[in-house]
Design a protein around this ligand. Sequence first.
Ligand code: PCA
Length: 232
Amino acid sequence: MNKILLTGFEPFGGEMVNPSWQVASALDGEVLGGAQVVAVQLPCVFAAALPALQAALASHQPNWVLSLGLAGSRSVISVERVAVNLVDARIPDNAGAQPVDRPVVAGGPAAYFTGLPAKAIVADLQQAGYRAELSHTAGSYVCNQVFYGLMHALSLGIVAGDVAGDVAGGQSGVGHGVKGGFIHLPPMPEQADSHPQSRPMALDEQVAALRRAVELVVADTPELRIAGGRID
Ligand code: PCA
């Protein structure tokens, strides 16, 4: 059966929960659009997140990869369109590291676009009544690092190699054609005190919305992408 790898992050920034892992783990094992969901948690640690992603790619050999993260300052589900080759940490990661002005992959392209039908996902979620938007920045913290590292690995056809750009070291696992992308989630109601400027979204609502998003990722066709049209 086809597989979609859904990643979520461990809590960070002193919080006890992260909706990205709550959502991913809630969908773990479901079959959506004929694909099995496999959920894997990533550490919110610059030095460890991409190796953990790489290990998950190698062991699960997915056909699609959707990574999720918390955007504590946002009030909507943000379907990310662009990953940039930049690490510029606003706060220390869970290992205490706070890298600034570094590339994710030295010598890599400035940016990658998502491989997922972002506009179609946003349009579908909005039509179904969920708060969703197209986002043109995944920030410059661990989420953007994972998004960029994922897109870099998939662009090279590396799934069993080294995400940090070692083409020669990459063995062919799942090859070109594996599609990947990133969605940021708003805080959950129990996080409201930590994010007073954001409108929280209940976990059930986030899970239901992401179920729809996964179904569209799996059902992706050129027609679906064209139907997205212009979205703000
Ligand atoms: N959000 C952070 C990293 C982990 C997470 O869930 C981010 O947006 O970079």
